[in-house]
Design a protein around this ligand. Sequence first.
Ligand code: NAD
Length: 353
Amino acid sequence: MKILVTGGAGFIGSALIRHIIKNSNHEVVNIDKLTYAGNLANLTEVSNSERYIFERVDICDQTKMHKLFNIYAPDAVMHLAAESHVDRSIESPLNFIETNIIGTYSMLEASRSYWKKLIDTKKNIFRFHHISTDEVYGDLKSFDKPFTEKTPYDPSSPYSASKAGADHLVRAWGRTYNFPIIITNCSNNYGPYHFPEKLIPLVILNALSGKQLPIYGDGLQIRDWLYVEDHARALYEVITKSDIGKTYNIGGRNEVTNIDVVKNICDILDEVVPERLGSLNSFRDLITFIDDRPGHDKRYAIDATKIEQDLNWKPQETFESGLRKTITWFIKNESWWTNVLNGNYLSNNKGVL
Ligand code: NAD
């Protein structure tokens, strides 16, 4: 199978591509604009594979997207390209509307026009998989049950509203045009190659540099954490096994408050890099509380029963084991993150466009 992946140079997309290339014989065409969040260094482990090709293209450019479909003739699309950082969406929402909504529209139309002309055998296997977030469901009170696939949408931020809009478009294309769609909504990911503006890598890198560890508000916001490689395995199970039209929630059943996430990171760092402590007793001494994010969601939690039962998927990492792996990775890969922090990205284009 040839899979066209959008946003494959980002955090989750690169984990997905590494997983596919290392664990299957499928081919991957990675379409990525390489925004600040896209970095080809995330793919060095697999970029020499003959089954991998990269094209630097903006998904909003429909003309180029039509060309790419005709050139590569994919059997499936896994659409991850997005603006993904909530704080940036509050500062400047327009990029989120453009990439997450117009970009998804552009992907749907380029895919549909290619799919319509396929012969039946190819048409029957084609899938368009939109990779979305649990944030489309809004937030939960402490006593609410976790989100299921039937939870009504109630997004809070420009980011989650743009992803909800994209999900609605994808479902409408399924219903109106019989276009073969699948949607997955996943909880917060963490792991190697995570861009250091997000909570876990930011805290690890600030701590290693002796900088303060900022926590929004009271730090009691709850997130349901999933190790990124577990997400990549789930996405692979979905694209290779799911029926058309399905939605799956993906989550690790790891509800942790932000303050506990930060304390856990500090405790592991105290154990594994005591020499970095300097005059501190513990990395916990660096914790500092800052003003809360506007509209900050209180709690997310995913009920992953459906994907566990239908596709026999379960996460392999606990939060403790995944966090240790992540911290070890960041300690061993200082050159990756110093390059990212200094704005030195790998962006060579080997594609035809
Ligand atoms: P990311 O920000 O790390 O990566 C996004 C990638 O998309 C980057 O490589 C970027 O260059 C690319 N991109 C952005 N705009 C583009 C455009 N117009 N054309 C082509 N490429 C473009 O994001 P991520 O954390 O890897 O998330 C990937 C997907 O998973 C997103 O759709 C996100 O909404 C979803 N998701 C993320 C999480 C999470 O915890 N990170 C959880 C659930 C769902």
